[in-house]
Design a protein around this ligand. Structure first.
Ligand SMILES: O=C(O)CCC(=O)C(=O)O
Ligand SMILES: [Fe+2]
Length: 267
């Protein structure tokens, strides 16, 4: 198994087939340098407030890593990435069959992995839903937008291709854990059942990525978008983005009868 690499110009059907088979996929040439610079500039004040964490070997997040959520509130360009057409086509394919009421933004986090940061513990984005046995039905689609180059030595995401089909007793061998190297401007997709984690950064520079994940509309979101994007701010967002972050009802779940919340309409 490998981590397949396609170009943004390849057909969406090819992208879906590769993601389905390998549980992960790199798509190159997706965002311009201008877009990457905008993301960095818009998020800079918030990232500066996120002190690089000190390492605790038991912790889920490795040390010397900066993280910031609430990206839809903080960065208009990140909001545009959240509703990227390719991501929406991929989510339509993997998530709609399990949720005819749609899907939602599950996590929005910018993450900078700094020099000396150790490997993150391998995990599945779907682990917070242990009710389902492995392999679980598709609950989550994840993406990582490369703002800088992702290299094996600066902490590129580690993935275990094919692990989205494994049962609970199958553990990865060392040679099955691969590094998702990709040039800046690429996006890495992986399924919620695919084992992965940030790699160790043994270089001298920072690896910068934007994580945007999506979940079935009837699940609880991992990041609380109602706190991170207050309703006053939501009214200024494009309707599709407001709905994606959860400001809509899904098959009756999440309604509000407060007339102030005119935007909470069930389709
Ligand atoms: O930073 C990475 O490469 C992966 C991060 C990740 O998997 C997570 O935070 O859930
Ligand atoms: Fe993860």
């Amino acid at each position: 198994m490998e981590i397949p690499i396609l170009d943004v110009t390849d057909k969406i059907q090819d992208k879906i087939e590769h993601l389905s088979e390998f549980g992960c996929l790199v798509v190159k040439n997706t965002i311009s340098e201008d877009t990457r610079e905008k993301v960095k500039t818009e998020l800079e004040p918030a990232m500066e407030m996120s002190p690089a964490e000190v390492d605790d070997p038991e912790a889920f997040y490795p040390g010397n890593t900066k993280r910031m959520g609430a990206l839809v509130a903080l960065s208009e360009t990140s909001g545009k990435l959240a509703i990227d057409k390719m991501s929406m086509d991929i989510c339509d394919h993997f998530l709609l069959p399990n949720s005819d009421c749609g899907y939602q933004l599950h996590v929005s986090v910018a993450v900078e992995v700094g020099p000396g940061s150790r490997k993150q513990i391998l995990h599945r984005e779907e682990d917070p839903f242990p009710f389902f046995d492995l392999p679980r039905p598709n609950l989550i689609v994840a993406s990582m937008w490369a703002i800088t180059d992702f290299r094996a030595d600066n902490g590129a995401t580690l993935l275990v291709p094919g692990s989205h089909t494994w049962g609970k007793d199958r553990k990865p061998k060392d040679e099955e854990i691969l590094s998702a190297e990709m040039p800046a401007g690429s996006v890495l997709y992986w399924l919620g059942g695919t084992l992965h984690g940030a790699g160790a950064n043994v270089s001298n520079d920072w690896r910068y990525g934007v994580i945007l994940t999506y979940s079935l509309g009837w699940l609880r979101q991992e990041e609380n978008q109602y706190l991170d994007v207050p309703s006053e701010d939501v009214k200024k967002l494009p309707k599709d983005l407001a709905e994606l972050i959860g400001y809509r009802a899904y098959g009756g779940l999440g309604f509000s009868i407060n007339p102030e919340h005119f935007f909470l309409q069930d389709d």
